[in-house]
Design a protein around this ligand. Structure first.
Ligand code: ATP
Length: 333
């Protein structure tokens, strides 16, 4: 197993500046680069692959500097958003391509291709052409092609973006299963926060050419260090309050912050519980499948709460104008 590390990377592309002080995917880890369009995810992946040379800094595999090693000698498997299959070749030929380049004996190629087909659940599809496959199946072929060479590092650049929601969910579960089965160090690029949360061991959130925060999915979700990370990962409540004697108050809410002065309190809508009471006004609400999202106002500050319907102390048909609120966990931003 291999670790992948970036140290003091700088890459300038026109007006864009990518600067990564340090980032490490541990041996066998699934690390995701998550961020909005144009933040530098693909460029980072291309630097790891060796398609792009950094202006400064080092790429290391198992602590060995790789900067001068060309992509085809880095022992990496790559999957792109658009599958990039050879249209005139069968599934078998597509997957066998890398092995044929390496001049492996026929029998070994057959064996490895069958292994890869089984791994991605495409046994029996070997004689089809890409145009005879659905998008999800084409991406499975691309994954098999990347894995058949038994790479030490797997790089995936938005592999699910072109697929519809259902297939996307199924395939992301399978990518995760295969990654764990092979214990292959994986770096995955996406702009979709739900996908990143579902699939990753750790996530590096990127913004404008920099890494904002690296952490486990729930760590980032519940204790983001910056407003950008908080907002990028989902609906957020961020309220500014004045703390006195270590407590910040809003209506009957009291946050123990153990410092005084201005504080910024962050919590997710799921951390807000609705009780019987009268200090929070219901501004509006919307129904989601099985759940409800409420917009509440407390002393002029808006708070979003999200609960399962059966957690409410009243029926939706008898929605009161005012309720009580409890916040069960929060973080300081
Ligand atoms: P997306 O999700 O849209 O692919 P990304 O986060 O992967 O975005 P990159 O593709 O890494 O972002 O691009 C980062 C920035 O670098 C963008 O602003 C892009 O326009 C710019 N860029 C990329 N390649 C070049 C290039 N060859 N010359 C000039 N600018 C470039």
């Amino acid at each position: 197993m291999v670790s992948v590390e970036l140290r003091e990377i700088l890459k300038i592309l026109g007006d864009f500046r990518l600067e990564i002080e340090s980032l490490k995917a541990k041996e066998g880890e699934f690390l995701t680069l998550l961020g909005p369009s144009g933040c530098g995810k693909t460029t980072t992946l291309r630097i790891i692959a060796g398609f792009e040379k950094p202006d400064r800094g080092e790429v290391l595999f198992n602590s060995k500097v790789m900067n001068e090693i060309p992509p085809y000698e880095r022992n990496i498997g790559i999957v792109f958003q658009d599958y990039a299959l050879f249209p005139h070749m069968t599934v078998f030929k597509n997957i066998a391509f890398g092995l044929e380049l390496r001049k492996l004996p026929r029998e070994e190629i057959e064996k490895k291709v069958r292994w890869a087909l089984k791994l991605v659940g495409l046994e029996g599809f070997e004689n089809r052409y890409p145009e005879q496959l659905s998008g999800g199946q084409q991406q499975r072929v691309a994954l098999a092609r990347a894995l058949v060479i038994e790479p030490e590092v797997l790089l995936l650049d938005e592999p699910l973006s072109n697929l519809d929601a259902k297939i996307r969910e199924r395939l992301r579960g399978e990518i995760k299963r295969i990654q764990k089965e092979l214990s292959i160090t994986t770096i995955y690029v996406t702009h979709d926060q739900e996908e990143a949360m579902a699939i990753s061991d750790r996530i590096a959130v990127m913004n404008d050419g920099r890494i904002e925060q690296v952490g486990k999915p729930l760590e980032l979700y519940y204790t983001p260090k910056t407003e950008f990370v908080a907002k990028f990962l989902g609906l957020s409540n961020i309220i500014e309050l004045e703390a006195e004697n270590g407590k910040a108050r809003l209506g009957k809410l009291c946050f123990n912050v153990s410092k005084d002065g201005k504080v910024r309190i962050f919590f997710r809508p799921e951390s807000v519980y609705i009780t019987e009471g009268d200090f929070a006004e219901i501004v509006s609400y919307e129904l989601l499948p099985g759940r409800i999202r409420l917009r509440l106002s407390i002393e002029g500050k808006e708070i979003i709460a999200e609960r399962f319907l059966d957690e409410l102390p009243f029926k939706v048909e008898n929605m009161p104008k005012k309720v009580g609120v409890q916040v069960k966990s929060f973080a300081l931003l």
